[in-house]
Ligand binder design. Structure first.
Ligand SMILES: Nc1ncnc2c1ncn2[C@@H]1O[C@H](COP(=O)(O)OP(=O)(O)O)[C@@H](O)[C@H]1O
Ligand SMILES: [Mg+2]
Length: 357
């Protein structure tokens, strides 16, 4: 039988910040700090949010076996509510949920239970709220064996969630490092498992919001789920080992390595996007001076697969003008035209390569 889940903080008898953890904290912070700085140099923040958050959403969903290709993903459009399939829709819902959470945290400098519920609601398109009915269990992915029964009593779930949110905002000097707290919080959230579904994805959104709340990132652009999906077995095993044998050190190290590795990778992408934007801008000014505008450039970077409707909407131009712009961009070799379904897309291939690479 599982022991009841403890409230946070983690018991004093556990040393969270071992020498190994302290070394890894320093490395993770260095990488994350560089990413934060680089992200601030991209003029239009929506470019990074839309492109990088979509990648994060794709991998975080892949952890839950919601799999999409680039073509499917980029055909999805939340503004018009059109998606090529259910998986693409779920990934776009994820981005919407992340943005909702981010906007609230940035505005309020605070996260309430209601915000967490809104994130889950945006993700799942339902308002099921916290679990009220018993029966939820966690199973081993391979064997189907039940590995853990999260709290079942709604009163326990509520109490654990308010304790979770208290710890989420904690920042006293004697508290553990914020990156360690993020690892602790992720374990705790997944162990409370407050929802019928969407716990994994909501929990991974909360990781990024925690970084934003504590000033470690200005934008929720860290591609953290890429590491988790690559080391999925270790991720599940790590969560379970905290429960079964209080294996905090290896769990915290796992999350810190995830932060370091994906900060370095995301930094590479941000720099790549910045260089590509600069180069594309120069080519447009030289080869297409009549149609060049910053808005047009931004459009090609916010929508790696752009289309006539996106130009009409973002640039407020007529359809014939949008058609002409895209034709000229294609002739200049800046985008490649491709037909998906019945729609022509104009793909910024160099950008897609950076994002997926
Ligand atoms: N043994 C475990 N202990 C704690 N959490 C776990 C364990 N196994 C899986 N999880 C968490 O549960 C998540 C899956 O829960 P689920 O509600 O189905 O999320 P989603 O709907 O986003 O798929 C995993 O991503 C992981 O974070
Ligand atoms: Mg699920």
């Amino acid at each position: 039988m599982d022991l009841p889940l403890s409230l946070l903080p983690v018991s004093d008898s556990v040393v969270l910040e071992t020498p190994g953890v302290l070394r890894q904290i320093a490395r993770a912070h260095r990488a994350l700090g560089e990413l934060k700085g680089a992200a601030g140099t991209i003029p239009n923040e929506l470019i990074l949010i839309d492109t990088l958050a979509l990648q994060e959403a794709k991998d975080s969903s892949a952890i839950e076996n919601i799999i999409t290709t680039d073509d499917e993903l980029y055909q999805g459009d939340s503004a018009s509510g059109k998606f090529p399939n259910a998986a693409a829709k779920e990934v776009h819902n994820y981005v919407a949920a992340l943005k909702t959470g981010f906007e609230r945290v940035r505005r309020q400098q605070f996260l309430r239970l209601d915000d967490v519920l809104s994130i889950q609601a945006a993700l799942e398109e339902n308002r099921a709220g916290l679990r009220k009915l018993p029966g939820t269990v966690l199973k081993n992915q391979q064997t189907g064996e039940v590995v853990y029964q999260p709290p079942q009593d709604p009163a326990d779930i509520e109490r654990l969630m308010s304790n979770f949110l208290e710890y989420f905002h904690r920042n006293e000097p004697d508290a553990p490092d914020p990156l360690v707290r993020m690892a602790v919080l992720h374990y705790q959230f997944e162990s409370i498992h407050p929802f019928y579904d969407g716990n994994g994805r909501t929990g991974r959104i909360l990781n990024l919001l925690h970084l934003v709340l504590h000033g470690l990132l200005d934008l929720p652009v860290l591609y953290l789920s890429r590491y988790i999906v690559r080391h999925k077995t270790d991720y599940y095993r790590g969560l379970q080992a905290v429960r079964e044998s209080a294996a905090w050190e290896s769990w915290v190290l796992f999350m810190l390595r995830a932060v370091e590795e994906t900060s370095v990778e995301t930094l590479g992408k941000v720099r790549g996007i910045r260089a590509l934007m600069r180069e594309t801008k120069q080519r447009m000014r030289r080869d297409l001076p009549k149609i060049y505008s910053q808005d047009l450039l931004n459009n090609l970077f916010r929508h790696p697969y752009t289309k006539i409707e996106f130009l009409e909407r973002d640039l407020d131009v007529s359809r014939p003008t949008a058609v002409r712009y895209l034709g000229e961009l294609e002739k200049a070799g800046l985008v490649r035209k491709t037909k998906l379904g019945r729609t022509n897309y104009y793909v910024n291939e160099a950008l897609v390569a950076i994002l997926g690479g």
